[in-house]
Design a protein. Structure first.
Length: 351
């Protein structure tokens, strides 16, 4: 039987789901809900061409965070920032090439020792100010989500100097330089935990850890490269703030999703669009919430295709703790009207 949300947290149903309660209708937010598909974002972005500076300018980043809340009234806002602010704060050169994505000066075994983790909070204080600004302007029904990249995912960028579909540079680095790679992961565990705890202190109510390249991790490296680092971060978060729930999104993890659900301490696991929701029903701990997993292309398609996909997810997650989301982020070509249709379908209004 679904829990009556009024018996728990009357204002923020997403927090009830993350405490292990089924809520009807499922609360909803979308990864990349603040982004290029929104005309108001594109207008603001045209005035701030440097993406990293955009993330580190509280007046702009807070406005971007709030844009989709004003337009759609999602159940949660997610901080507008980027997973690569940590390498930037550690002293690695990071920039964003227009039309190409992030670029970094690749680290070497020698340069890893030169990275400085001591001033994460001070160097990323503009992001903490963004959280404070957003928190004061959010509707009382809207939760605020902070986030960071998982150590493996961030390391793949730091080593290759860019994104990679197979993380070949990071995998080769780990094989050839195991001690240096372990040192890099330990540095990222420490820095990421400190950064996420600072987000809690600034006002974040939920945290999400993005393991965006989980699908590239060698099977014999899963524990060392991903599960253990995430578990250590979650343990540090819960030591500092036991009530703060953590969502883990190990994109492309396949059958290993079960291990993330059982072994990381996450309150919720976010599924990509290629992972069946039945896996969660069969193998996840009962109280572990599921987030996802609408195909972003179904959102682009809209109409009957979107309606059918939404109904299937609703049926498969009935009576389970569930947060409706995508299996990845909102794509730039997504029609704004289709996002409105999605919310109407979820909330029982005419699309």
């Amino acid at each position: 039987m679904l829990t009556n949300v009024a018996q728990l947290h009357p204002d923020k149903p997403i927090l009830n789901v993350l405490r292990g309660h089924a809520v009807d209708p499922s609360p909803v937010w979308l990864m990349r809900q603040a982004g290029r598909y929104l005309p108001e974002y594109r207008e603001l972005r045209s005035k701030a061409p440097d993406f990293l500076n955009l993330c580190l300018t509280p007046s702009l980043a807070s406005e971007i965070t709030l844009q989709p809340i004003r337009r759609f009234n999602f159940d949660a806002a997610i901080l507008f920032a980027d997973i690569l602010v940590i390498p930037h704060a550690l002293g690695q050169k990071v920039w964003f090439a227009e039309g190409e994505g992030p670029r970094l000066d690749p680290v070497t075994p020698e340069s890893i020792a030169q990275l400085k983790p001591d001033h994460i909070r001070s160097l990323l204080s503009p992001i903490l100010e963004t959280i404070d600004r957003v928190k004061s302007d959010l509707p009382k029904t809207t939760a605020l989500i902070g986030f960071a990249g998982a150590p493996w995912t961030v390391a793949t960028y730091m080593i290759a100097g860019r994104g990679s579909d197979d993380s070949a540079a990071a995998r080769l680095f780990a094989y050839r330089e195991p001690q240096a790679f372990a040192a890099l992961l330990n540095l990222l565990i420490e820095s990421t935990a400190d950064y996420l705890i600072a987000q809690i202190d600034a006002g974040a109510e939920v945290l999400q850890i993005f393991e965006s390249w989980a699908g590239t991790i060698p099977s014999d490296g899963l524990e060392q490269y991903s599960l253990s680092p995430i578990r250590q971060i979650v343990e540090r978060i819960h030591h500092h703030a036991p009530a703060t729930p953590v969502i883990v999104f190990p994109r492309g993890a396949g059958a290993s999703y079960v291990r993330y659900a059982r072994e990381t301490g996450a309150a919720a696991i976010s599924l990509d669009a290629h992972t069946p929701l039945s896996l969660a029903a069969q193998a996840f701990p009962t109280a572990t919430a599921v987030q996802g997993n609408l195909d972003p292309l179904a959102l682009i398609a809209g109409g009957d295709a979107l309606r059918l996909a939404v109904e299937q997810i609703k049926t498969q997650t009935h009576a389970r703790p569930h947060i409706f989301n995508l299996g990845h982020g909102v794509r730039q070509e997504t029609p704004v009207a289709h996002v409105a249709q999605l919310l109407a379908l979820l909330r029982g209004r005419t699309a």
